[in-house]
Design a protein. Sequence first.
Length: 74
Amino acid sequence: MASNRSSNQLVVPQAQQALNQMKLEAAQELGVQIPADGYYGNVSTRDAGSLGGYITKKLVQIAEQQLSGSSNFR
């Protein structure tokens, strides 16, 4: 039986809300429908990969900006 809980553990648990917001923004920008129940098992592999890639790209951009001393994260 599938579970809605991920086995991944965040290094900084307080980041959960920011990551969820980033996921919603990515889905909206890419036109991917977010499941109302939070279960992503029925999302196509292509859409899930697009979301993951988009989020990874944004996180790398944020890290690069922080490393360069910039405070603009968008």
